[in-house]
Design a protein around this ligand. Structure first.
Ligand code: SF4
Length: 312
C-alpha cells in the first residue's frame, strides 16, 4: 500500500490529521493533502516549528501521583461496595427452608413448640444461652403479657420476669386481680438472652417471632399486654415509641392489644406508673368487652375509667 492509499484509509477511519515529519513526505503537495482544507491553512506549523517538533526530545511520562487519603478511601469504598455475586440456588434454598420452618412451627402443639424452642439454633442468641425462656402461666389464660428479652436471672431460671422487674409486674397484675399462676400467660419477644443484656436485633426478633405467634394462637387470650418497645414492634409491626402507642387498643389478628411501659423502665421512672395503671384499666375494660361480645380495635380509654393513682 502506498502512502496516499494509507492516508485515505486513515481519513476514512477519522484518524486524521496525521503529523508527519516533512522529510518523510514524498512531495510538498502531499502536506496539503494531509490537512483538512481550512484547518490546514490556519493551524499548520511553519517549517521551523515542524523542525522543532520533530527534533524535540520526548518528555518522560510523569510518574503516577499517589492518591490523597480521601481519594483512597473513596476508591476502597467503591471496591468494597461492588455487588456480591448472587447465588440464586442458595438463596432459593434458604427461602424454602425458612418457609418450611414457619409452616412447621405453625402446626406445633405446646410440647412440640417448647421442644423446638429448647433446641433452636435459628439465631446467634442460642450460642450463649443457659436456658431458653419459653413462657409461664396457664395455657388457657385470658391475658397474655409479652415482655422483651430474658435477662441474667431469667436465663438462669428459664422463667420470664423474675427479679425486680418480675416483682413489680406481679404487683401490677395483682392490683387488677390477676396472677401468673391463675389467669395470665407471660412470655418474651425472644426466648434466649442477648449477651450483656443488649437489645435483640431485628434479625433475632424476626427469627424468634414464629414461636411467639404460635403461642398466641394456642393461648387465644382475650387481651394482649405488650410491655416495651420490642414487644409492641413484634406484635404490631410499628417502630413508634411507647408513648405514641399507649392509651388506645391495637389489634393483633383480631385480639385487642394494649401497649404499656416495661416494668424495668418503670423502676427507673416511677412517675410513669400512673400511666401504666391506666393501661391496666384499659386492658381490663377490653377484657370485659370481649367477654360481652367484642371490642373495637383502637378504642380510647373512657375518661370515667381512668384512674390517676396506681395502687402499686
Ligand atoms: S432467640 Fe429464638 S430464634 Fe434465636 S435461638 Fe433462641 S429460640 Fe431460636
Amino acid at each position: 500500500m502506498n502512502r496516499a492509499e494509507h492516508t485515505l484509509i486513515l481519513e476514512e477511519l477519522g484518524l486524521m490529521p496525521l503529523w508527519v515529519r516533512p522529510e518523510l513526505l514524498d512531495s510538498p503537495q502531499e502536506v496539503v493533502r494531509h490537512q483538512p482544507a481550512r484547518a490546514a491553512a490556519e493551524t499548520a506549523p511553519t517549517k521551523p516549528q515542524r523542525d522543532a517538533q520533530a527534533h524535540a526530545p520526548l518528555k518522560p511520562a510523569e510518574p503516577a501521583r499517589p492518591l490523597a487519603p480521601a481519594a483512597r478511601q473513596r476508591a476502597a469504598a467503591q471496591v468494597n461496595t461492588a455487588p456480591e455475586p448472587i447465588d440464586a440456588v442458595a438463596a432459593a434454598q434458604q427461602t424454602a427452608q425458612a418457609a418450611e420452618r414457619l409452616a412447621a412451627i405453625a402446626r406445633m402443639d405446646w410440647d412440640q413448640l417448647q421442644a423446638a424452642a429448647a433446641s433452636c439454633t435459628a439465631c446467634e442468641l442460642c450460642k450463649q444461652r443457659n436456658k431458653p425462656v419459653f413462657g409461664t402461666g396457664p395455657r388457657e389464660a385470658d391475658w397474655l403479657v409479652v415482655g422483651e428479652a430474658p435477662g441474667a436471672d431469667e436465663d438462669r431460671q428459664g422463667e420470664p420476669f423474675v427479679g425486680q422487674s418480675g416483682q413489680l409486674l406481679d404487683a401490677m397484675l395483682a392490683s387488677v386481680g390477676r396472677t401468673r399462676q391463675s389467669n395470665v400467660y407471660i412470655l418474651n419477644t425472644v426466648k434466649c438472652r442477648p449477651p450483656q443484656n443488649r437489645n435483640p436485633t431485628p434479625e433475632e426478633m424476626a427469627q424468634c417471632a414464629p414461636f411467639l405467634h404460635r403461642q398466641l394462637e394456642l393461648v387465644r387470650p382475650k387481651v394482649v399486654l405488650a410491655l416495651g418497645r420490642f414487644a409492641a414492634q413484634t406484635l404490631l409491626g410499628q417502630s413508634a415509641n411507647i408513648s405514641g402507642l399507649r392509651g388506645q387498643l391495637h389489634d393483633y389478628r383480631g385480639t385487642p392489644v394494649v401497649v404499656s411501659y416495661h416494668p424495668a423502665y418503670l423502676l427507673r421512672n416511677l412517675p410513669e406508673k400512673a400511666k401504666s395503671w391506666q393501661d391496666l384499666l384499659l386492658a381490663q375494660q377490653a377484657t370485659a368487652s370481649q367477654q360481652a361480645g367484642g371490642v373495637p380495635a383502637s378504642a380510647p380509654l373512657p375518661q370515667s375509667e381512668q384512674g390517676d393513682a396506681p395502687p402499686v
